[in-house]
Structure formats: C-alpha cells, structure tokens
Write a protein that binds this ligand. Structure first.
Ligand SMILES: Cc1cc2nc3c(=O)[nH]c(=O)nc-3n(C[C@H](O)[C@H](O)[C@H](O)COP(=O)(O)OP(=O)(O)OC[C@H]3O[C@@H](n4cnc5c(N)ncnc54)[C@H](O)[C@@H]3O)c2cc1C
Length: 393
C-alpha cells in the first residue's frame, strides 16, 4: 500500500503537467497509467512535432456546453509559460501560421522533457499499471491497480477521452466521473475527417489537396482540404468537424481567394471553360466539378444561367457527409464531463471533495491549432496549484 498527497490517473499531457506543478509545491504525487510510455499523444501530436500551444489562445477557441468555463485557467496560463518550459529544457520551437507553436524536432522531445521534469521534482510515475477500481471512504481515495493499492486524500482524473484508442485512450475518466455523480455530455469524435457516400460527385480525387473554405452550421473556416479514399480531411475539415452534426450539409468554396466570375471575364471570350478552370484548380478536381457540354463551351458562349451554375459549383459546392471517420481517426473527444459541477478555478469537483478533473476528460474541446494541448497544460496547472498538501510549509 502506497500513501501520497495526490494520485493522478493518466500520464498524458494534463496529468504530467499537474504532477510537475504539484510536486514543485512539495506534494508527494504519483501518476498511474496503463501505458509503457508517458505522454503518448504528446509524442504523436502535430505529426510528431507537437503543436504545443497557440499564441492567440482565448476561450473562444473552445467549444463545450459552458463556453466561459476555461476562461479562468487560461487567464493564469499563457503560451509563454510553455515557451519558458521549452527554453528551460533546451527545446527549439517555431511559429507557424495562425500563431501555432511547434517543436522543431519530431522525436518526442517534449514528452521526454515532461517525464524527466516530473521525476526530477519527485513525482513518481507508475506506468504499465492497470487501474481496476477507484473508491473513496472517509475522505481517502483508494486506487486499486494490478500491482497494488495507492491511497491519497486527493485524486486527479487526467485520463483524457476515448479518441484515438490506438494510443491507449479509453473512457475510464468518464466512467470514474459518473461514479462520483458527474454528468457526462455524450462524447463524439472531433477534429476528425468526414466520410462521403461512395457515389459522391468528387470521389476518386484521393491525394489532391487544395485551399478551401468550408461553411458548416454558420461557422466558416479557410485552410487546406485533402481528398481521401472515403471523403475529405485536412485542417479545414478537422475544424469544420467540430461543428458538424449528422444530417447537416456543408458548403465548400474551392476558390476562396478569388471570384470565378471575374476570372472568366479576365480570361476573354475564347478559352474553353475547362481551360480556365484547369488553370485555377487541379485538373481532376476541375473536371469532377464541371464536365460535359458546359466544360467545352467557350467563355463567350456562357449564358447568365451557365455562369451562375459554374460559380455555384465552385464557390458553394454543397454536400452532406454520411458520417465522421469515428473515434479511431478523431484527434480529440468532444463532449465529456459536464463542467457545471467543476470549479473553473481549481478543477475540483463541486460534487465530490478531493476529486479533480483536468484536460480532455472535461467538456472543453479546442479547435485545431495547439488549443487542446494548451487546455491540458492550463487545467493541469490549475489543479496542480490547488491540490492541498498534507505537509503545509
Ligand atoms: C494524432 C493526434 C494528434 C494531435 N495533435 C495535437 C496537436 O498538435 N496539438 C494539440 O493541441 N493537440 C493535439 N492533439 C490532442 C491532444 O493530444 C490531446 O487533447 C491531449 O493530449 C489531451 O491531454 P489529456 O492529458 O487530457 O489526455 P491524454 O494526453 O490522452 O492522456 C490520458 C492518459 O490516460 C491514460 N489512460 C487512458 N485510459 C486509461 C486506463 N483505462 N488506464 C490507465 N491509463 C489510462 C492514457 O494512457 C494517457 O496517458 C492530438 C491528438 C491526436 C490523437
């Protein structure tokens, strides 16, 4: 039997950050995880280079039932905290578009630094431990694992959500929260590719990438779109996926930075429509969007109706995805533990004293761009600073 000030379940982004923060305050902390390696998602994030924060982060970058919940933690944890952490560990980074900060090296350097930092500060990492039950009696939590019991007056649930199960993700965090009386808002795959019917008009374009604007549920995003074997992916689709609901149509503008009508006008009367389109879009996409007699007309032969039809096809291509690609392809879990009964300052449950919930397990879902990891650090920090010590200085 081990006894510590705080047990943290989950050695992912939020759990490790919470552990280092609490350990630095002198708390005895142990982190329990079933994985062999801590911070698996931090290692695969951003294609390996980990988009660890975003310079422009605000509460508006998150969705969840209570859009204000994340304000307090974000106000106390800025992107520069992470930049400072990377500097301390000699990790080089770069700023990419839209304020996204990435590591320069793609070899898990940030996760390694977090692990080392936790150990240096005295936090114990119990990896390859299967968690079999969590109970609470007389203000003391007992965690039963396949390798023994751990007890603590404080329990931090940093178990993430079920998205990307290939990295060891499960819904255990949601189940523990429910056990202690918390409501869980139905989890859904977010930041996920969208699948189309097999017969959709743009099938067979797999591998083609173009800049595009997608409008979905009154939200509009412009970034790259990638055609896949089953539908569409790429940053613009991952963004839109957070706002898509089954049955809803999405509108795609394949020429977001120009007006087709002007391009046709500037081309003069002689060229064929398909020649003009072929200069503006990848050939195969242009052909899939506009084919048949219309594509073979000269620009001068276009009627008003023809031009409107062309513009509609290119600037407002409307399609209803059949489904998302599901949790296996989702970068994050939308939904999660309802924040209504969690303190936004400390991340402590207002239903169950001594229970803290941090990171993706909560109903706080960031947009693409480093916001999910930023939330993991910020919420981990909030709990790490609030956890009570049994040995006050
Ligand atoms: C492919 C991919 C790329 C991503 N890229 C980015 C990016 O570049 N930028 C960004 O901001 N976000 C990115 N994300 C999202 C980001 O990684 C997560 O939002 C973040 O890691 C959540 O942190 P967390 O601590 O809440 O959960 P996690 O980091 O998922 O940690 C949860 C921990 O709990 C453990 N665990 C789960 N179930 C159990 C169980 N039953 N028993 C024991 N242990 C368990 C897991 O092993 C894991 O270590 C990406 C996600 C994926 C999948």
């Amino acid at each position: 039997m081990k006894r510590v000030d705080a047990v943290i379940l989950g050695a992912g982004a939020s759990g490790l950050w919470c552990a280092r923060t609490a350990a630095a305050r002198g708390l005895s902390v142990c982190v329990v995880d079933h994985a062999r390696t801590p911070g698996k998602k931090v290692r695969i994030a951003g294609g390996g280079k980990c988009n660890f924060t975003n310079l422009h982060v605000t509460h508006a970058d998150y969705v969840g039932r209570n859009p204000h919940f994340c304000k307090s933690a974000l106000a106390r944890f800025s992107p520069w905290h992470m930049v400072e952490f990377l500097a301390t560990h000699g990790i080089d980074w770069e700023e990419r578009d839209h304020g996204q900060l990435f590591c320069l090296r793609g070899d898990g350097i940030l996760a390694d630094a977090l692990e080392e930092d936790c150990r240096t500060r005295g936090a114990e990492l119990l990896l390859r431990h299967a968690i079999t039950s969590v109970t609470c009696a007389d203000g003391l939590y007992t965690i039963t694992t396949d390798q023994g019991l751990i007890q603590a007056p404080s329990l931090v649930v940093a178990l993430g959500g079920p998205a990307w199960p290939q990295a060891g993700a499960t819904d255990l965090g949601h189940r523990i929260a429910k056990q202690f009386g918390h409501a869980v808002i139905a989890p859904y795959p977010a930041l996920v590719p969208l699948a189309m019917a097999q017969t959709w008009p743009l099938q067979g374009l797999s591998g083609i990438a173009v800049p595009a604007t997608i409008t979905c549920n009154d939200r509009r995003f412009t970034e790259n779109l990638l055609f896949t074997h089953t539908g569409i992916s790429g940053p613009v689709v991952l963004h839109a996926s957070c706002h898509w609901q089954k049955g809803a149509a999405i509108h795609i503008n394949f020429l977001p930075s120009m007006q087709l009508e002007e391009a046709l006008h500037d081309a003069g009367g002689k060229p064929l429509v398909r020649t003009v389109l072929g200069k503006l879009l990848p050939d195969r996409l242009a052909t899939a969007l506009v084919s048949g007699p219309l594509a073979d007309k000269q620009v001068a032969q276009l009627s008003r109706q023809d031009t409107e039809h062309l513009c509609h096809r290119v600037h407002d291509f409307t399609i209803t995805p059949t489904r998302t690609e599901g949790m296996r392809r989702a970068e994050v879990t939308g939904g999660g533990v309802d924040t209504a009964h969690v303190s936004s300052k400390t991340m402590e449950s207002t239903r169950q004293a001594g229970l803290y919930l941090v990171g993706e397990v909560l109903d706080v879902t960031g947009q693409l761009g480093g916001f999910n990891l930023h939330w993991a650090w910020a919420s981990g920090q909030a709990a790490g600073m609030a956890l009570p010590s049994s040995n006050p200085a």
